[in-house]
Design a protein around this ligand. Structure first.
Ligand code: UT7
Length: 345
């Protein structure tokens, strides 16, 4: 019996802007304090892309280049580039086309995928299906957001949460039983208004009025998003474990979207996982929207071994949410740029 072809992650690359926005910096901007931010969210600092001539395509390009270099794959061998983002450089052309051009992926097609904080999860599934079907051999899946460009830094309820960053993974076919093995994904548009940017699309094009109404910034009803996120992420993670008969002992790591440490903890509890099995870097980067999952995979790369069972889980605007069972494909200790201990120091 020939083994099933699945899509393996064969390399990870990231880009984080060098400038940091700390809780102390925010204390000088809005009525907040370090103790409130840390106890309610787990965040200590975030990265901000200060150079206004650069945006999501730049960060995605840097992450993609790092990923391809680690894989030893030339850009001209990439078949498709998918960029999950809520902060594309422009409504069109797609950020994926800018990245395709910048890295020199001359034979690739590409497109952007919009699913807010679940963007990377949904893009990973999309890329995996292109590989599993036999259509493509090498697909770049990127999660990237320049959230600082759509954050209202007068709104203390949201500006403390978000940061900028990008991560890229390369997907290639395998028959060794590793790779993307199962997914559960959901949307519920009835929750759309709880987390949105009302202006800038065809419903509300930019006008003096929309700018005066601050409609081109992210708006969030934090409490109602929190309630939905806690159950959505935990339910999806439990569902993927149950239907694949994965017990807590079988799972090496939960790879959760980094929106709030309390949501992550609730998901881990539901899965029966101890904290050493949960990837958490929210204290360093905040919520980078589509960037959080690949940034986790990169930070923990040195710890990952072939056959490790990972459960990725996310919840975001839309609402969108889901979980993915990924069996890791390579020995991360041989390629990781930094160990986890170095990153956490
Ligand atoms: O990634 C996409 C999905 N997004 C999420 O998952 C985010 C989900 N939501 C959350 O993470 C949380 O709801 C927040 C972190 C946004 C807020 O935490 P909370 O525990 O839900 O706080 P709250 O909104 O219930 O506010 C509690 C109090 C309020 O004061 P009163 O009304 O009790 O006097 C707020 O005005 O905290 C106040 N508050 C602040 N205080 C200091 C709100 N923001 C701040 C702040 N600093 N930055």
């Amino acid at each position: 019996m020939p083994s099933r072809t699945t899509a393996a992650i064969t390399a990870v690359g990231t880009y984080l802007p060098p400038d940091r926005l700390t809780n102390a910096d925010l204390e000088a901007m809005v009525d907040t304090n370090d103790e409130w931010i840390q106890s309610r969210t787990g965040i200590k600092e975030r990265r901000i892309l200060r150079d206004e001539s650069k945006a999501t395509a730049f960060m995605s390009t840097e992450a993609a280049r790092a990923c391809l270099e680690k894989a030893g794959v030339g850009a001209s061998d990439v078949d498709c580039v998918i960029v999950a983002t809520t902060t594309p450089d422009t409504v069109f052309p797609a950020t994926a086309c800018r990245v395709q051009d910048a890295i020199g992926a001359t034979k690739a097609w590409g497109f952007d995928l919009s699913a807010a904080c679940s963007g990377f999860l949904f893009a990973l599934t999309t890329g995996a299906k292109l590989v599993e079907s036999g259509m493509h051999q090498r697909v770049l899946v990127i999660g990237a957001d320049t959230m600082s460009r759509i954050i209202d830094y007068t709104d203390r309820t949201s500006c403390i949460l978000f940061g900028d960053g990008a991560g890229a993974v390369l997907l290639e076919p395998t028959t060794d039983g590793t790779g993307v093995l199962d997914v559960v994904h959901y949307s519920d548009g009835s929750g759309g208004e709880a987390l949105q940017m009302p202006g800038g699309g065809s419903l509300m094009p930019p006008t003096h009025g929309s700018i005066d109404a601050r409609a081109h910034y992210l708006q969030q009803d934090g409490r109602s998003v929190f309630k939905k996120a806690v159950t959505g992420m935990a339910d999806a993670a439990a569902e993927i474990m149950e239907r694949n008969e994965l017990g807590a002992d079988d799972v090496r790591y939960l790879v959760p979207h980094q929106a709030n440490l309390r949501i992550i903890d609730a998901t881990a509890r539901r899965m029966g996982l101890s904290s050493d099995k949960v990837m958490v870097n929210i204290e360093r980067y905040g919520n980078t929207t589509a960037g959080t999952l690949p940034l986790c995979l990169s930070d923990w790369e040195s710890e990952l071994r072939p056959g490790d069972n990972l459960v990725l889980a996310a919840f975001g605007g839309g609402f969108t949410w889901g979980a993915t069972w990924l069996k890791w494909s390579y020995d991360g200790s041989t390629v990781a740029e930094k160990t986890l201990a170095e990153l956490s120091a």
